[in-house]
Each structure stands twice: as C-alpha cells, then as structure tokens.
Design a protein around this ligand. Structure first.
Ligand SMILES: CC(C)(COP(=O)(O)OP(=O)(O)OC[C@H]1O[C@@H](n2cnc3c(N)ncnc32)[C@H](O)[C@@H]1OP(=O)(O)O)[C@@H](O)C(=O)NCCC(=O)NCCS
Length: 202
C-alpha cells in the first residue's frame, strides 16, 4: 500500500536548507523525457541561489518519513532570470497585457516516479496558487519545453501533462516563449531549447 506523504511549505531558512534536495530531484527527474537534462551541480547551485535569496520565494516539500521525495517551487517573476522574464517585458503587446510585478513564476514540480498519481501534483499547484494569493499576485505562469512529436527519445506511449495544466485553469501561450540552454542526455554540448509559457489569471 502507498504510504501517505507529508507536504510542508518552506520559506526563508527552511527553503535554504531544502535547496540540495531540490537540486538532487531536479537532476534526477529532469533526466526523463521531455527535459532529458544532464544535471550540472555547479549550474544548479548558481540557479537555485536565486531562490535562496529572493523575497517571496516558496517551496513545497513532499516527504516520505524524513526523505524529501518531491519539491515544487515558485518565485515572483521579478526575481527570475532574464530568460524567464523576457516574454513578459519585451513586446508592446505583452507589456500592455502583463505587469511583471503581478506575476508568480511557478518554477518546477519534481516528484519521484513511485510517488506519482496520488494527487501531489494538484497539491503542489494548490499551495503555489495560495502563495500567489498571499503575496497579492494575480497572474501565475510557468513554462514547458517544446519537443518534436517524433523526438527519438520520446517514450511510447507518452502522455503529456497538457490536459492536467488545462484542467488547472492554465492556458498555453505559444506567443510567450523563451529559450533555455542545457545539455540533453544525447547531446555533447548544451543547446538552446524552445520553451512555451502557460498562464492563469485571477
Ligand atoms: C508533475 C508531477 C509532479 C505531478 O505529480 P503527480 O503525482 O503525477 O500528480 P497528480 O497525482 O496530482 O496528478 C495530476 C494529473 O497528472 C495527470 N497524470 C496522472 N498520471 C499521469 C501519467 N502517467 N502521465 C501523464 N499525466 C498523468 C492527470 O491528469 C492528473 O490529474 P487528474 O488526476 O485530475 O486527472 C509529476 O508527474 C512529475 O514529477 N513529473 C515529472 C516532472 C515534470 O514534468 N514536472 C512538470 C514540469 S516542471
């Protein structure tokens, strides 16, 4: 039988203490399709430092006993990296539509495979959306990597999370896009990956 997981919210010192767990789970879970990410501990440390230092940073931690088996993150967009902020700043259209100061960026949800399918994905969204409300931020967004339908490493069969995200009230916005660079498991060097944003407004 599945053991119930404990879910905790971490901010401040608790969040900083959980950063090695987030790095470990990102490297482990994002190795799977569609991310195919070859984890780089130095990059992880630098990127996640943003979370450690930014006001409004938030983690939800799922624990099996003491072990952290899932993490979900969020950060006010204004503290995110340039490539995450870019689509919300660049065009006249988007500048009119979005106030960057009114946006919570949902960084990632990473849960070990054996714990999936018990509602943790929903719980991670609930907690991050509550956090947006507590900060008074009315827009929630995240981005997802775009992979071709015939990608050689796409599992068969493969079910995307798109229906889940739609059911959560998020709209895919192919007009809001950026690139992020990392090395895929079948690449020799890091290459830029196209990312689309999904948006939910109050
Ligand atoms: C995203 C993730 C945290 C969700 O965790 P989870 O335990 O599967 O979440 P839930 O049990 O709450 O299920 C959420 C939804 O996922 C969908 N889902 C469930 N099993 C699925 C599967 N095998 N494949 C695809 N989607 C599935 C369902 O739509 C489900 O919603 P529903 O129960 O209302 O129909 C987890 O799947 C994960 O770590 N995935 C890999 C990393 C990733 O892609 N993260 C998201 C982008 S950062």
């Amino acid at each position: 039988m599945l053991k119930p997981l404990r879910v905790e919210v971490a901010t401040g010192d608790d969040l900083r203490a959980a950063i090695p767990d987030l790095a470990r789970l990102r490297i482990r879970v994002f190795r799977e399709f569609p991310y195919l990410y070859v984890g780089d501990a130095a990059y992880e440390e630098q990127y996640l430092q943003t979370y450690a230092e930014a006001p409004g940073a938030f983690l939800a931690l799922a624990r099996d006993g003491e072990e952290v088996v899932g993490v979900s993150s969020a950060l006010p967009l204004i503290y995110e990296t340039a490539e995450v902020q870019r689509p919300f700043l660049n065009t006249a259209l988007n500048t009119a539509e979005f106030d960057p100061g009114d946006i919570l960026y949902l960084g990632e949800s990473v849960l070990l495979p054996q714990y999936r399918g018990q509602g943790l994905g929903h719980r991670f969204f609930d907690l991050r959306e509550d956090h947006a409300g507590a900060l008074g931020l009315r827009v929630k967004t995240f981005c997802a990597v775009q992979r071709p339908a015939d990608h050689p490493l796409r599992p068969q069969p493969y079910r995307t999370l798109n229906a889940f995200w739609q059911a959560r009230g998020y709209t895919e916005r192919p007009d809001l896009q950026t690139e992020m660079s990392w090395r895929d498991v079948n690449e020799a060097h890091a290459t830029p990956k196209p990312m689309h944003f999904w948006v939910k407004k109050d």
